[in-house]
Write a protein that binds this ligand. Structure first.
Ligand SMILES: Cc1cc2nc3c(=O)[nH]c(=O)nc-3n(C[C@H](O)[C@H](O)[C@H](O)COP(=O)(O)OP(=O)(O)OC[C@H]3O[C@@H](n4cnc5c(N)ncnc54)[C@H](O)[C@@H]3O)c2cc1C
Length: 375
């Protein structure tokens, strides 16, 4: 592969694919299930645009927030369908209702995830909810630029690296663009996801996947997979779902996620949203376990958008948001056996994840003692 950036830094943001004037770059999956840009050398003219646009090679400076909130959507139905406080939906709804467009991640027919454009409420619903698999950006940066140049209002949402990719691709500020970063602790391997699905289900049979079903509460969320008639095929607490377990233990995250170059405002976003874990220590408001977002405004434009949205919000210091949510600031460490997991990869992957995430008796005792001391 032609080297656009240092491979271990590549987040698959796809800025290089979108900027290439000759469409010489495409994303291809490596043996571990992560997408990387590949250059067709028979087409490439060595113009260097791909390297210049790369956010991993040319990261923006760290920025401080201007104000932070605990916030949630004031509509209970919209809140129930969102992963945390439904802030994405409350911001996005205004755009599609006023002739604007929203970009974000949706499942495709194979239950993989693609970035798509939503211009109506029906299309927007597909973007709601976290999908814990890397979303493929495709040509959406180009689409966004075209709409912006036509004067359309656009909300672009994505993980920090994707927002950094878009901002580098655009190369200038647009008054009619709002960028919403989804706080992210890392994206798992697409291959592991596909193998997990095919071992346990037939993809034709699946009608819906919710990684963050709130029927037992926001904090005790379930991973639910339903069939095309709406019947539950699998519904387990997140700690019991084997794919989610390996994801949370950082067993198969993308290499660049362990050294993310786009955190702490470096993505260039207007606003960043995540879960407000641990808020109950500071206030009894929002304590009904229906979900609440941690919202970080980096620009006045981001703050104004939140002020206009139909949300309930309360100001908190940045430090409070980060207290129980370190991925806002820092990359997570890989699972100590991540390398072996991939080097000796074998199926059934569900069994392999179970073996690698098993906690020994001694570790269980240590964990219990730690919990008692903490209390
Ligand atoms: C891979 C991943 C890891 C995350 N890790 C953390 C974390 O460590 N800490 C934390 O506080 N929050 C994390 N989040 C964010 C959290 O899950 C919620 O998405 C966020 O709190 C917004 O919630 P909401 O209720 O406002 O919106 P929701 O309706 O729940 O989320 C929808 C938004 O998420 C976007 N989205 C969904 N899946 C993807 C994807 N695969 N790639 C890019 N964008 C996507 C949609 O485009 C839309 O903008 C993560 C999200 C993802 C996708």
């Amino acid at each position: 592969m032609h080297s656009i950036c240092h491979i271990e830094k590549c987040s698959a943001c796809s800025a290089c694919v979108n900027i290439c004037p000759l469409n010489a770059i495409s994303m291809q999956e490596d043996k571990d299930g992560f997408m990387y840009p590949a250059v067709d050398n028979t087409v490439c003219i060595n113009c260097g645009k791909c390297t210049k646009v790369c956010p991993a090679e040319n990261p923006y400076e760290k920025r401080d927030s201007i104000i932070c909130y605990a916030a949630r959507n004031d509509n209970s139905e919209d809140l129930a369908k969102s992963s945390s406080g439904g802030i994405f939906y409350s911001l996005a709804k205004h755009y599609v209702e006023t002739g604007g467009h929203v970009f974000g991640a949706a499942f495709d027919s194979k239950w993989e995830v693609q970035h798509v454009k939503a211009s109506s409420i029906t299309e927007l619903k597909a973007l709601q909810g976290s999908k814990y698999i890397q979303s493929k950006i495709g040509n959406t940066f180009r689409e966004t630029e075209e709409l912006l140049k036509k004067g359309k209002n656009v909300l672009f949402s994505g993980t920090s690296c994707q927002i950094a990719g878009l901002m580098h691709f655009l190369g200038k500020e647009y008054e009619n663009l709002l960028t919403v970063e989804i706080i992210c602790h890392g994206v798992p391997s697409g291959k592991v996801w596909r193998d997990y699905l095919s071992e346990n289900f037939s993809t034709d049979q699946i009608g819906n996947i919710s990684f963050r079903d709130k029927r037992k509460g926001w904090t005790n969320f379930m991973v639910c997979i339903n069939d095309t008639n709406g019947a539950l095929l699998s519904g387990k607490k997140y700690t019991e779902n084997i794919f989610f377990k390996g994801f949370l233990k950082n067993l198969y995250l993308r290499p660049s996620c362990h050294n993310c170059e786009a955190k702490q405002g470096k993505s260039g976003c207007d606003i960043a949203i995540g879960d407000f874990w641990g808020l109950e220590k500071h206030t009894s408001d929002f304590s009904d376990d229906k979900g609440v977002c941690a919202v970080i405004c980096y620009t006045q434009k981001g703050k104004d958008a939140l002020d206009k949205a139909k949300v309930i919000k309360q100001v908190f210091p940045y430090e409070t948001l980060v207290e129980r949510n370190s991925p806002i600031e820092r990359s997570v460490k890989p699972h100590p056996k991540r390398e072996i997991f991939f080097a000796e990869y074998s199926q059934p992957v569900s069994k392999r994840i179970a073996d690698f995430t098993k906690v020994s008796f001694v570790q269980r005792v240590i964990n219990k003692i730690k919990r008692i001391i903490k209390k």
